[in-house]
Write a protein that binds this ligand. Sequence first.
Ligand SMILES: O=c1ccn([C@@H]2O[C@H](COP(=O)(O)O)[C@@H](O)[C@H]2O)c(=O)[nH]1
Length: 283
Amino acid sequence: MSGAPFGARLTESVAARGSLCVGIDPHPGLLDQWGLPRDVSGLERFALTCVEAFAGDISVLKPQSAFFEAYGSRGVAVLERVIADARSAGALVLLDVKRGDIGSTMAAYAQAYLSDGSPLAADAVTVSPYLGFGSLDPAIEEAARTGRGLFVLARTSNPEGAGVQHARVDGVGGASGVTVAQSIVDQAAAHNAGATPLGSIGLVVGATVGRADLDLSALNGPLLAPGLGAQGAGPADLAAVFGDALPAVLPASARDVLRHGPDVAALRSAALRVRDELAAAAR
Ligand SMILES: O=c1ccn([C@@H]2O[C@H](COP(=O)(O)O)[C@@H](O)[C@H]2O)c(=O)[nH]1
């Protein structure tokens, strides 16, 4: 991919289209609700309807890979089309795949999701640092080389995440007793240092986590905040979670928007309503 780094492209897109990230999560129950069959044709109709509804107005679309992989190679082919069509319509695509492995395998994931010419290459992907932050180096390097981004899981929106992410470890530079989540924040911050207007290594911090007890002041990167709507968080919760880091937050919602389908206009207006509520809450 030629041109500006992901952090710069994201900043420009959010300035033009707002901060909402809409998830494309073709849950079987949503296919039923939309009157679509639970097969590849239903998946394709669902996902392309989402692209039609959102890609012209919303800054970031986040297809959830699991719901496409569930249909095998033909489902993955639908995902490839979603990525291409959404990007052509002007949206940034954040592919939610949460990949993480030993470095040598991580290099293959980087090739799949972050390399120019790969059919699954998105603008950014979610990755898991739980094999050690350093295991992500091949993805960090490929993202930097191709102008793409990463969102590293730090403090996830699910209640089970706290047990691992609040555990204490030695931090960057030997600081003792920082939480696992804070050590992930600090390692991402080191990669983003000096980038303008924003680094390309983002984090995932759930909108549901209440006071996150994270020092995000040095991150200089975007913060994906899943959990709006179906998981119980609302626009007003974001200030409590993120404090001064709020301008870098991409609040994410899937089911709460998607339940308004299959009508394209109804889907679009639901997304725009959430986007406007977020903008009002951030003022
Ligand atoms: O901490 C995390 C990380 C990722 N997700 C993903 O976001 C969406 C949430 O969907 P909703 O329907 O808005 O609840 C889903 O794809 C998750 O896998 C997350 O929820 N929390």
